[in-house]
Design a protein around this ligand. Structure first.
Ligand code: ADP
Ligand code: MG
Length: 320
């Protein structure tokens, strides 16, 4: 595709790194993996109308495409280093490319993450980002390590992004500062990279919450061959969410809403205090929401201590 578009992306995402021997411009990038580290790689695709609303600003899309990938590295406890960007555009609109590149660069910069290559093609608007990060051998946080008796935690707050999407769909996205906060959580999620690094050596299992807490904690349970109990009343919810939605809706968003990109992880009891202190220091905090039990599947307790039946709104509300 047009050289000038690739050049615009290169200029806006330039990042000096010693380990990039050759970046954008040749047939392939040449990268030096630090001796003694494992490479963690992940890729995620965003499609217009599926993963972001059609009217989303280009800079927000560029941010989010990288954020969802950094979130995967965070969930592995990996340090981000490099990315590739495959971009499909209906037409060669420099304003869109500049917006995408600037949102991407804004998030990449504090991590010193270098965009080292990609591909640019014509078609329906979609973008795939692949990320590469480093983790010491054997130290990655896996889904499969949860142990019976572990405490289950999440970072940050849950349900904000799903609530933001609801507001956008209702045309209420810029009603007030609370609505704007929830839409920002949808469009510009914060990958919990530092939290993931801090959890190495303390968490037994970790995943990022992209499809909703129940779905993603379910993946930990399946991989670890355990079950979990979750208390709805304990789920961390932002004041914006609680202000703009009733308790039932806020609980449903927190249980089943996707796109929050918080980390959900399990911790043996002896490490609980350390993890809480470390993540409080990092600013995102960690809230204890339940525990790992023997058996299969997740059981959810409501605010009055009653077990919710599968089929309750929160279980399948967002699958339709
Ligand atoms: P090729 O035909 O070898 O794939 P391209 O014209 O697709 O060459 O790409 C030329 C250079 O620009 C390559 O180094 C490629 O990695 C980089 N590149 C292409 N598109 C992008 C993009 N969207 N973002 C970053 N780098 C890109
Ligand atoms: Mg190419």
């Amino acid at each position: 595709m047009e050289f000038s578009l690739i050049e615009r992306i290169r200029e806006r995402t330039a990042q000096g790194r010693e380990d990039v021997r050759l970046g954008i411009g040749d047939d392939a990038a040449l990268l030096a993996v630090p001796v003694g580290q494992e490479l963690a790689v992940a890729i995620d695709t965003l499609v217009e109308g599926v993963h972001f609303p059609v009217a989303t600003a280009a800079a927000d899309i560029g941010w989010k495409a990288l954020a969802v990938n950094l979130s995967d590295l965070a969930a592995m406890g990996a340090t981000p280093a490099w990315a590739l960007l495959a971009l499909t555009l209906p037409n060669a609109d420099p304003a869109v490319v500049d917006g995408l590149a600037s949102g991407f660069a804004q998030l990449a910069q504090p991590y010193r993450l270098a965009l080292v290559g990609g591909d640019t093609t014509r078609g329906s608007f979609a973008l795939s980002v692949a990320v590469h990060g480093f983790v010491p051998p054997g130290k990655a946080l896996l889904r499969a390590g949860a142990q019976v008796g572990d405490a289950v935690f999440v970072t940050g707050t849950l349900g904000d992004a799903a609530a933001g999407l609801r507001l956008v769909q209702q045309g209420r996205g810029s009603d007030d500062a609370r609505a704007a906060f929830l839409v920002e959580r949808l469009n510009r999620p914060t990958p919990r990279v530092a939290a993931g690094l801090a959890l190495r050596g303390f968490a037994n299992a970790c995943i990022d919450v992209s499809d909703g807490l129940l779905a993603d904690l379910g993946h930990i349970c399946e991989a670890s061959d355990v079950g979990a109990h979750v208390d709805v009343a304990s789920l961390p919810r932002s004041s914006a969410l609680l202000d703009l939605f009733d308790d039932v809706a806020a609980g449903d968003f927190a249980l089943s809403g996707g796109d929050d990109y918080e980390l959900c992880f399990t911790v043996p009891l002896r490490h609980v205090a350390t993890v809480q202190a470390d993540l409080a220091r990092l600013g995102c905090g960690a809230t204890r929401i339940g525990q790992i039990v023997q058996g299969r599947g997740i059981k959810v307790r409501d605010a009055r201590g009653q077990w919710l039946e599968p089929g309750h709104r929160g279980w399948d509300h967002f699958k339709a």
